[in-house]
Design a protein around this ligand. Structure first.
Ligand SMILES: Cc1cc2nc3c(=O)[nH]c(=O)nc-3n(C[C@H](O)[C@H](O)[C@H](O)COP(=O)(O)O)c2cc1C
Ligand code: SF4
Length: 518
């Protein structure tokens, strides 16, 4: 039997040298006259173990990591192809605690399969959801998604089924499914990982969305910084078309659905859904006023479902296993699982899919293992650049949309950035305002002007210029931005700023001029 060796082709693993490892393994196989098949799989998401090499033996998979090219000869000396013992041995990958503790629904195949093999996809349960969907009435598909409790994973947490229902009930000669793969939030990489590691699950989710709402065309809008995801999605769309998963008769049914991949222009605000639609139409990425909702007048003025990658990629398992199965996971109104992405100054960075409800402390200390620097955790920012900074005193907050909102925070796309006690929270507040100023689309005044005034005012606080008065001014400005901005870029920038001021007041005391200007 030819042994299969899995070496991730995921961008994160590539950044850590996976291509070099693949070349070294290939050279060693040739040099030793050995026969093995190399599969470039996605990543399982434990980036502290990447490049994670796995060998399929008669006893199951055996993992080694993190492997560098120079380790490869000794791995072969230790009989790698038979799963031999080596100092990098990790044993059965499923038993590695970081993986064993997860509940993988959306990411069930990611890192396990050959991402571009439709056969492998089917073998691991792929297309079961779409097969069920083609035999269902559109309204029943929408009802299943609604009943599952799935909420948008892009940030706003809006119920997916309700959005789909609006599009289903809209009358138009053409409707669209748009997948938001702009993934601009700091600490987030779930969309990228699924597109590179299991692209067919997104295609399947989009096809189900199309059949459910009467849309026959889909677009995936991928940020330009994700060339590997773009390539994987394009190759997977081509393969799906060839196999009849996409096209005029989806899986031989009377339903037509096809899709295209589009590359973004490189602006954070193009992740905002209406700005994204403008960009897709070839216009400048400026936010549109709502109403009209994209569900009624979206892409090219037609009813459009716009959903995040993870929202759509979670649909196949819901259709396959049923609404009740999915809804059974989670807490409160946050149902199902969420791929939490842990990054920043953290020991065990990576993607951890689990049911909603773990506390922030369990995630950061337990799963993340604390800081990489070994120093105490000072703050974590949850939800990307527009998310609040939480101190340790809020580590009992359960990962749940409502629980975070109660504490003036947000889950967003579930990215967590960890900071140790070296972090200067005034600088982080300044950064939030500066980020908003740089990324603002310029359409509304509170965001366009307010963010620049915010930077100036925080600089004054740092330099001790009327510090109390200027702190009051920043608070006032944050209220204006929060309630007066057209979209969440200006509207949510107050979260990181005000949480830094509220939870870390000591960092906002005047400091020496030279230090402030650093
Ligand atoms: C400034 C800004 C950036 C955003 N960036 C993204 C993004 O990169 N990806 C995403 O899915 N949603 C992003 N959103 C949220 C989208 O506007 C929208 O809510 C989402 O695509 C809806 O899909 P969902 O319901 O599946 O979450 C962003 C919103 C704002 C205000
Ligand atoms: S809040 Fe900022 S990004 Fe959003 S519409 Fe206004 S100017 Fe544009």
């Amino acid at each position: 039997m030819t042994v299969t060796v899995y070496i991730p082709g995921d961008s994160g693993a590539l950044a850590l040298g996976a291509d070099k490892v693949a070349r070294a393994i290939d050279a060693e196989l040739r040099g030793r006259g050995l026969d093995a098949k190399i599969v470039r799989n996605g990543s399982r998401g434990a980036f502290f173990l990447e490049p994670l090499v796995e060998v399929e033996t008669a006893q199951g998979r055996v993992a080694y990591g993190p492997v560098s090219a120079k380790d490869v000869p000794s791995l072969f000396d230790a009989d790698l192809l038979a799963g031999g013992q080596h100092r990098l041995s990790l044993g059965d990958p499923e038993q590695i605690p970081f993986f064993a503790k997860q509940t993988r629904l959306t990411f069930a195949r990611c890192g396990l399969t050959d991402p571009l093999s439709l056969d492998d996809y089917r073998r691991h349960g792929g297309l079961a959801g779409l097969e069920k969907a083609v035999a269902m009435a559109p309204a029943d598909i929408v009802k299943t998604v609604t009943d599952s409790g799935l909420r948008g994973r892009g940030g706003a947490g809006f119920p997916t089924g309700i959005k789909w229902n609006t599009v289903l009930n809209a009358t138009a000669e053409r409707k669209y499914i748009v997948c938001n793969a702009d993934e601009g939030d700091s600490a987030t990489f779930a969309d990228r990982m699924i597109m590179e590691g299991d692209p067919f699950v997104l295609i399947e989710g989009m096809a189900i969305a199309g059949i459910a709402t009467g849309a026959t065309k889909g677009y995936v809008y991928i940020r330009s910084e994700y060339p590997h995801a773009v390539a994987a999605m394009r190759a997977a769309v081509e393969a799906a078309r060839k196999a009849g998963v996409l096209g005029p008769t989806v899986l031989g049914s009377p339903n037509a659905f096809d899709m295209e991949v589009r590359v973004g222009a490189g602006a954070y605000v193009c992740g905002e859904e209406t700005s994204l639609l403008n960009s897709l139409e070839g216009k400048r990425g400026v936010v549109r006023a709502k109403p009209p909702l994209p569900a009624l007048q979206g892409l090219f003025g037609k009813p459009t479902v716009i959903n995040n990658v993870i929202s759509l990629a979670s649909v196949p398992i819901i259709l396959d296993k049923g609404a009740a199965f999915y809804k059974d996971f989670g807490m409160g109104r946050s149902r199902g699982t969420i791929p939490i992405q842990i990054a920043g100054n953290v020991k065990h960075g990576g993607l951890f899919e689990t049911a909603f409800g773990l506390t922030l402390g369990e995630i950061v200390d337990g799963i993340g293992g604390g800081t990489a620097s070994g120093r105490p955790v000072k703050a974590v920012q949850v939800g990307g650049p527009l998310g609040a900074y939480f101190p340790r005193t809020l580590f009992d907050t359960p990962f749940d949309y409502e629980e975070f909102a109660k504490r003036d925070g947000l889950i967003g796309h579930a990215g967590i950035t960890v900071f140790d006690d070296g972090a200067d929270m005034l600088k982080m507040a300044r950064f939030a305002m500066e980020f908003c100023a740089i990324e603002s689309c310029g359409k509304c005044t509170p965001c366009r002007i307010g963010s620049t005034r915010g930077v100036e005012t925080i600089d004054k606080i740092a330099m001790g210029v009327e510090a109390d008065k200027n702190l009051e001014l920043v608070t006032d400005l944050c209220n204006t931005m929060k309630f007066g901005s057209l979209c969440a870029l200006g509207g949510f920038t107050p979260y990181p700023v005000m949480s830094a001021i509220t939870h870390f007041p000591d960092d906002f005391r005047p400091r020496a001029v030279a230090e402030a200007a650093e």
